[in-house]
Design a protein around this ligand. Structure first.
Ligand code: UFG
Length: 340
């Protein structure tokens, strides 16, 4: 019988791409989402890509009874936990909202996973490294104190997983630290759906290119980097999704070396904001309206991954080029605008 994976937040940007890759690998996937930050677009897109309806449960992971019931009524071999609030700025203004939602939901997932023997995969972030002293960062690089409640919830959830695995025999978990996930599925049927004005670079670029935004602000060109703009490790969303499949395989095939493991999920390739803008223009053959603006508070100068541990242990590495990814992001924006 196929193994079943529960994907909390499965209607979101990352969750929907992971659902597709898991299903295509032969896993049964249950999507659960409270739809607080998305509509049905990605869920419909997932079903269209796979050519079948997937089980969908509308629920809130902060509802402990609902989580327990879900695990009692379904055989869940592994759970991937995406359901969380993710706006850095909002988390500074409403810390309690972030702490209660992001921690409570994960505590409920851990309790149910412990009780029912499910493996746990947690979606962490490179934000835990803060402004690193040495680049690229490895999983052994020190975590820095978080600069936002959002970032702090990522660190705290990692600790919740580490401590639970240590205390509760049989519980196993992996935390994946994502660098900057961008792009969309090559089918252009699923992608990122930011509400309101996007905070992240690539949705802002594609919305500017399509005419929804007037001008992209490049936040700072006086950083100590080769061209003065910040450097990040942009990871294609489908590559990122495949890392989850590799991690679930590892948990369920009993190949973990420790009961709690951490892997960086990045390309190992730094790309500056200006390089990304230029690559977007080139690959999509258009001109983007942009200007240099002051630095954005809280941005780190540069961060990119050493992804060699994931390659060695998970047999995973990023395959898609930045150009392919930016072409997919643009195809998705056009699909949304009905211009394709
Ligand atoms: N940027 C711009 N203009 C924009 C948006 C972004 O110049 O309109 C720049 C930023 O200054 C930064 C780079 O593009 O240098 C990337 O910014 P993003 O907002 O896309 O991504 P971040 O690296 O800031 O965000 C990532 C994760 C978050 C995480 C955060 C922690 O996507 O989930 O790191 O710092 F919280």
């Amino acid at each position: 019988m196929n193994k079943t994976v529960l994907v909390s937040g499965g209607a979101g940007f990352i969750g929907s791409h992971v659902t597709v890759e898991l299903s295509q690998k032969g896993y049964e996937v249950i999507i659960a989402d409270n739809m607080s930050n998305c509509d049905e677009t990605n869920y419909r897109g997932v079903c269209a890509i796979l050519g079948r309806e997937l089980p969908f449960i509308r629920m809130d992971f902060c509802d402990r009874k609902a989580v327990e019931e879900l695990f009692s009524t379904h055989r869940i071999d592994a759970v991937i936990h995406f359901a969380a609030f993710k706006a850095v700025g909002e988390s500074v203004e409403e810390p309690l909202k972030y702490y209660s939602n992001n921690l409570e939901s994960f505590i409920n997932v851990l309790g149910a996973a412990r009780a029912h023997g499910s493996g746990v995969l947690f979606s962490s972030s490179a934000t835990v490294y803060g402004e690193p002293d040495e680049l690229p960062v490895t999983e052994k690089s020190p975590r820095q104190s978080a600069t936002s409640p959002y970032g702090n919830t990522k660190q705290m959830c990692e600790d919740l997983l580490r401590d639970s695995v240590k205390a509760y025999k049989g519980l196993k978990g992996i935390a994946l630290r994502y660098f900057n996930p961008i792009g969309a599925h090559p089918s252009a049927l699923i992608g990122e759906l930011p509400r309101g004005v996007p905070n992240n670079l690539v949705p802002f670029i594609t919305q500017t290119a399509i005419g929804k935004r007037e001008c992209l602000s490049i936040f700072g060109d006086d950083y100590p980097t080769p061209d003065g703009t910040c450097q990040r490790d942009y990871i294609d969303i489908v590559d990122l999704a495949k890392a989850h499949v590799a991690a679930v395989d590892r948990i369920l095939e009993g190949r973990m070396k420790e009961d709690y493991e951490i892997f960086n999920v990045g390309t190992g390739r730094p790309v500056s904001v200006m390089e990304l803008v230029k690559a977007f223009e080139k690959v999509n053959n258009l001109k983007l309206n942009y200007r240099i603006a002051p630095r954005r508070a809280g941005d780190v100068t540069a961060i990119w991954a050493d992804p060699s541990l994931a390659e060695k242990e998970l047999g995973w590495k990023a395959e898609r080029s930045v150009e392919q990814t930016l072409a997919a992001a643009w195809a998705w924006e056009k699909h949304l605008a009905g211009k394709d």
